[in-house]
Design a protein around this ligand. Sequence first.
Ligand code: NAD
Length: 506
Amino acid sequence: MTTEGAPAEAQALLAALGVPAERLVGGPATRTPITGETLAEPRLADAPALDAAIGRASAAFENWREVPAPRRGELVRLFGEELRRSKAELGRLVTLEAGKIVSEGLGEVQEMIDVCDFAVGLSRQLYGLTIATERPDHRMMETWRPLGVVGVISAFNFPVAVWAWNAALALVCGNAVVWKPSEKTPLTALATQALFERAAAEFGDAPDGLSSVALGGRDLGERLVDDARVALVSATGSTAMGRAVGPRVAARFGRSLLELGGNNAAIVRPSADLDLTLRAVAFSAMGTAGQRCTTLRRLFVHGEVYDSLLPRLRQAYASVAIGDPREPGVLVGPLIDGDAFSAMGRALERARLAGATVSGGERVEGPGGAEAFYVRPALVEIAEHAGPALEETFAPILYVLRCDDLDEAIALNNAVPQGLASAIFTNDLREAERFLSARGSDCGIVNVNIGPSGAEIGGAFGGEKETGGGRESGSDSWKAYMRRATNTVNYGATLPLAQGVRFDID
Ligand code: NAD
């Protein structure tokens, strides 16, 4: 495909994906981080438009909850088919709008397809337990019921997959969905909605407003969060956002699912396969230009292997291909914007002042001149686990520390509040099992001999600790989108009462 003319290409992709041209004018500019050019100016939703969308979703829920779950799965299956047909176009739009390399843009759409498949199977497996009851001639069981309207707030760095993790499950569980995507990535959201509408048309009788998109910024997100008709708010983004959203939803006794930031670590032990470790570390730390919630940001290396690993890692950092994410061979595309570049610069400056040795971190020329922000990933060797190493800076910075003692390395892994993903590189079974055990890593994702970044949709994903503990996607995450009822049926002729209780009833 061409590497020229991002705006024209985006317009062509949006048309092919079924986004009406009139939705793409009248609002603020959406720029591609690749060149800084404006791709479109999609119109934003105002408060009455959001109010109407939630109203339509509430009405749709009344109908949808009565549709048998496997039939609800059929809608999600059809949506998965639409995604398969349009994978190339939607993946390419992800690249243009979020700046991801081509394979990652396509990979994100593949995740959407995978979670649709998962949800279709799930639509026949929303099982409840039958529980042994202590009362004679009684049966006790659990049933799972949909919640109502699910509000999804998503981050720029997974502009479409995060919504799909939520929506595919929410829909088979019998809920309606209102989506407020990141203000930085509205176009891929409109395209996803257009594909959903194609699937709904083929399905035939999906209620109007079952799934909708409301474009806007933080203000609109706050309105969604505060609306009592929204039973579950699933919000993905920074820890700062989660701190604001969590208490607001709790104040109205709503339910929230928070998927927040990650300051992820890996431990390298003397027995590690260093070739494998090097590849895993380089990819996890530099891929997606450090803009993944699971990006590797801290590395604790045993002294016995430090001097063999670090020179090779420095070489990988110095030679990695940085530039236009549409070009083959490029691993590191642009940062999302100038603010991300400034935040990276500030973190590196603090590290330097604290005595760290910094290699990389400088701005690199890309295809877009002053309006696009390309950087060489930074390797920061530190003597003390402190300062910016304790924070998530959403950019490619890897802090490296020598650490010999495994218990100390595990303690450092666990010493940040954002415990999302973690890894150990070792061929020592005892070390691996210790890291996986109750006294090991306290993160939501705990890996052995594989980097922390990325996750499969089959597992529950999201985080623990300060990240809100939200788990989306696979495993039994579906339970977050439903409420549990315990049902007891008395099929006998007597009503067991507490000992000594009597009624005089004629
Ligand atoms: P962000 O927090 O700036 O914005 C995320 C979304 O929240 C946007 O849609 C934004 O409009 C909205 N928002 C912000 N403040 C809000 C408020 N007070 N009320 C309601 N909505 C509000 O995050 P970002 O820069 O778009 O994304 C990067 C962050 O997301 C990183 O911290 C990354 O680790 C995290 N992330 C986490 C996961 C996960 O699954 N744990 C996945 C992807 C990204």
